[in-house]
Ligand binder design. Structure first.
Ligand code: TYM
Length: 331
């Protein structure tokens, strides 16, 4: 059976980008694949080195995974820091990761722009920790959004380099995966860039947002002055609103607004109202479920313990084999 793995950093509530980039694929895949889904709390230290409430954040992300439909009996759902074998593999991979390639990584360049006061070695080696996450369970598929494509490429590079260096075929090549075939980018509401925590709360729709909040955010979404000639190419902010519609609205709704854009009769106010309504329809049941799961402390800790056991069993097997390949004593 093929193995699937992905993770999300617990630096805030999950948003539509997380859902459509990663989580939804999992919910569908857990029945047919050997699935690992984890909470990347170690990665979150690269940007939040002194987290105020890491356990609370982890718990709330876990509740959001479960509310979205991940089944702890089927998938292995775990917390990254519960599996220190990952950190050992990270260290070995770092020995074969070159500063130049790490510095060229787009997310590193973004991060040093965003946090010039904290350009730490963890940020630089973020892709090797991510490669360790993936390789520790020898994942075949990694459901992610477009923004993680380069990290996946680096995971393949590090795995292949390990194989060449120690003259074997130990690690398999992980492939980025999305059900829509193309990796997806869910845009922000501010007219440019991707939806995400760093875009600011106003341009990101969280799975925990109440209807009135969604309505307010979508109403404020950036648009343009409207099409003036039939079939005019869309500007980025408008194309983004249609991209958002494509994940939450019915095909006939999208068709209607596309036609009215093409014949210049579109009213952006109507488009936004419809988009907000469809987002609310989508988010509401998830939000209610999140609240329900969050209140069940006992269940959340049972899930955590179960995931830890299963993830450690797979990870310690790999780390023992890796130690042997490198030439160390096994545990
Ligand atoms: P993170 O926490 O930034 O995002 C988690 C997942 O959500 C996807 N995503 C998006 N997809 C489409 N459109 C968006 N606007 C959008 N925003 C976020 C991301 O592509 C990702 O799949 N490095 C990872 C966490 C990680 C990981 C791993 C993932 C650590 N180790 C191993 C896979 C495998 C990250 O920062 O995700």
């Amino acid at each position: 059976m093929k193995t699937v793995l992905s993770g999300i950093r617990p630096t805030g509530n999950l948003h539509l980008g997380n859902y459509f980039g990663a989580l939804r694929n999992f919910v569908e895949m857990q029945h047919e694949y050997n699935c690992y889904f984890f909470i990347a709390d170690l990665h979150s230290l690269t940007t939040h080195p002194t987290p105020e409430n890491i356990q609370g954040n982890v718990k709330s992300v876990l509740a959001q995974y479960l509310a979205a439909g991940l089944d702890p009996e089927k998938a292995t759902i775990y917390i990254q820091s519960d599996v220190p074998e990952v950190i050992e593999l990270y260290l070995y991979l770092n020995m074969n990761a070159y500063i130049g390639e790490l510095e060229r990584c787009a997310s590193f360049k973004d991060k040093i722009r965003l946090q010039p006061q904290n350009v730490n070695a963890g940020l630089l080696t973020y892709p090797t920790l991510m490669a360790a996450d993936i390789l520790i369970h020898k994942a075949d598929f990694v459901p992610v959004g477009k923004d993680q494509e380069q990290h996946l490429e680096m995971a393949r590079t590090f795995g292949n380099r390990f194989n060449r260096m120690y003259n074997n075929e130990y690690f398999t090549e992980p492939q980025a995966f999305n059900f829509g075939k193309e990796l997806i980018k869910i845009p922000a509401l501010n007219g440019a860039g991707k939806m995400g925590k760093s875009e600011g709360d106003d341009s990101t729709i969280f799975l925990t947002d109440k209807p009135e909040v969604i309505l307010k955010k979508v109403k404020r979404a950036v648009t343009d002055s409207g099409p003036t000639v039939p079939n005019q190419p869309m500007t980025e902010p408008i194309a983004n609103l249609f991209q958002l519609m494509s994940v939450v609205s019915k095909p006939e709704t999208i068709e209607f607004f596309r036609n009215s854009y093409n014949d210049c009769s579109i009213r952006y106010g109507d488009l936004k109202k419809q988009l907000a309504e469809d987002m609310i329809q989508f988010v509401n049941p998830l939000r209610e479920k999140i609240e329900e799961v969050m209140s069940n402390e006992k269940y959340l800790s049972q899930v955590t313990e179960m995931g830890k056991e299963k993830a450690k069993a797979s990870a310690s097997k790999t780390i023992n084999e890796v130690r042997e390949i490198i030439g160390f004593r096994k545990y």
